[in-house]
Design a protein. Structure first.
Length: 302
């Protein structure tokens, strides 16, 4: 849908901006043998992994899948394991596709930029092709190559070889970045084509179903907000004798010290019976206690 495309575009733009700021303020290649590869791969891969985890965590479908319990629909599908597997695969692919937007954008932008890749693999370039430092040991050659990302550490006689090596590595990095983008775009396109081919719905029916699911979720969220607010009002009214926004309040309730202690502190979700839970300490108090005690009449005119 349009909202998904817009959301993915915003995520990609924010990722690009974050990557540029991240590179400008934090990235500084150590230019040392054995450290370049670790440093470059860490800056290339760790942020992408973090973005992937965040993408999973911010998707409501992830928590629906994790927190889902046996339902009537699942019991009906228990006899048809193929249908259940298809549903799980569809949901997992949908979640993963959304979660991959940010990390793939990060990897593509960093590869096109080239700095991380140059830092990571500079010491492994076969520099003898350029006729640089032919009469040095392998260890010394690795040390020289590791210093290539830092121009100020390279001897003047190796400046030309350094420029050629940097150009080669930047070329490799940018080609890898564009190939990654091409593979992702083709994969996404083919996935949508396959999903459309195997869909039991026609194009207009699918658009109607998509619109229905979207509207149902919006209405459910609105009803949840209103229902929970009305339910909370009942418990607050029982404790204080009125609710915020009430007009012509005649009296207010004065809670006792024991009641204040009963609703204060920390609490987990508490199971009352097989079908119901206590959502909070105030909810638990309202279900168990009678709204007796001291009431104070107040003057309607301030």
């Amino acid at each position: 849908g349009k909202e998904v495309v817009i959301a993915n575009a915003i995520i990609a733009i924010l990722t690009i901006g974050g990557q540029q700021l991240f590179s400008f303020f934090t990235f500084s290649c150590p230019c040392h043998v054995g450290q370049n590869l670790i440093y470059g791969l860490a800056f290339l891969g760790v942020p992408a992994l973090i973005l992937l985890i965040v993408g999973y965590a911010l998707n409501n479908q992830t928590w629906r899948l994790i927190m889902g319990k046996s339902s009537h629909f699942e019991r009906e599908m228990s006899s048809n394991w193929l249908l259940k597997c298809k549903l799980l695969c569809f949901v997992l692919c949908s979640i993963t596709g959304r979660a991959l937007v940010a990390p793939v954008t990060w990897l593509a932008v960093t590869l096109i930029n080239g700095s991380y890749y140059i830092c990571a693999v500079s010491e492994y370039v076969p520099v003898h092709y350029y006729g640089a430092a032919p009469n040095v040991t392998a260890a010394e050659r690795s040390r020289i190559l590791a210093a290539f990302p830092c121009g100020q550490l390279v001897p003047p006689e190796l400046a030309r070889a350094r420029d050629e090596v940097i150009l080669l590595l930047r070329y490799q990095s940018q080609v890898a970045g564009w190939l990654l983008i091409a593979v992702v775009v083709i994969t996404v396109f083919l996935s949508y084509c396959l999903a459309s081919c195997f869909s039991p719905l026609s194009f207009l029916h699918f658009r109607y179903w998509n619109s229905y699911v979207h509207n149902e979720q919006e209405l459910f969220d609105e009803a949840t907000e209103q229902h929970s607010r009305l339910y909370a009002m009942q418990n607050v009214r029982k404790f204080f004798g009125f609710v915020p926004g009430s007009e012509n309040v005649k009296e207010i309730r004065i809670p006792s010290l024991r009641e204040w202690q009963a609703i204060s502190g920390l609490a987990f979700l508490k199971r009352v019976d097989k079908e119901h839970y206590d959502y909070s300490l105030l909810h638990d108090w309202a279900l168990k206690e009678r709204a007796s005690g001291k009431y104070l009449r107040i003057d309607e005119d301030p």
